[in-house]
Write a protein that binds this ligand. Structure first.
Ligand SMILES: CC(C)(COP(=O)(O)OP(=O)(O)OC[C@H]1O[C@@H](n2cnc3c(N)ncnc32)[C@H](O)[C@@H]1OP(=O)(O)O)[C@@H](O)C(=O)NCCC(=O)NCCS
Length: 162
């Protein structure tokens, strides 16, 4: 039995520890983290999943970013504890987060990740959307929450300033 709830400030360091466990060392040196520096995640979209004894099983966070002059959600990090991987929890967190983003009025979502995994949710490579270097352009993926929201959108991804 897994319970999914919005992340609270008390969850912060436990989620960080899960990300440290699930990602390669030095994850915060990735260029995507420069878009998160000094910017809080989007309130209400970040989720934690706990099993019946309260142990953290998975987490997802979303940040706001600019792409050119437009706004977008940056999905991630998302991680599932190794003891719960392959049970559908990652997919559930992603779907729930995307739905919350849609309800929150966001038009488009992007991420840096593995296309073979994220394509199942409808993510596809974003041509002309430039993450801070060094980022492999093949890993820059997008999903429309409003039809057409990525059409004709290009430019640099920059840190949220609104
Ligand atoms: C990626 C991750 C969040 C997926 O969560 P999960 O709960 O294990 O995934 P689900 O149960 O929803 O889906 C499992 C499916 O995804 C596939 N999958 C998982 N990671 C994948 C990847 N990097 N590339 C391709 N497929 C992947 C599995 O093979 C499985 O495929 P199947 O449905 O055909 O059997 C989790 O494995 C994880 O935390 N990994 C380490 C951190 C990480 O890499 N996160 C971001 C990925 S860019």
């Amino acid at each position: 039995m897994i319970e999914v709830k919005p992340e609270t400030p008390d969850d912060w360091w436990e989620v960080e520890a899960l990300y440290d466990l699930c990602f390669a060392p030095g994850r915060t040196a990735l260029s995507s983290y420069r878009l998160r520096d000094d910017v809080p995640p989007v309130a209400g979209l970040s989720l934690v999943a706990r099993d019946s004894d309260g142990t953290l099983a998975g987490a997802i966070r979303f940040w706001p970013v600019h792409v050119g002059d437009l706004d977008a959600l940056l999905l991630g990090p998302v991680a599932v504890h190794p003891t719960h991987q392959g049970e559908g929890l990652g997919g559930f967190l992603i779907q729930e987060g995307l739905e919350a983003g849609r309800e929150g009025g966001w038009a488009r979502v992007m991420l840096v990740g593995d296309a073979p995994y994220y394509s199942r949710f409808g993510f596809a490579r974003l041509e002309g959307v430039e993450m801070p270097p060094p980022t492999n352009p093949d890993r820059v993926l997008g999903l429309e929450l409003i039809p057409g929201a990525w059409t004709g959108v290009s430019g640099r991804v920059t840190r949220w300033t609104r």
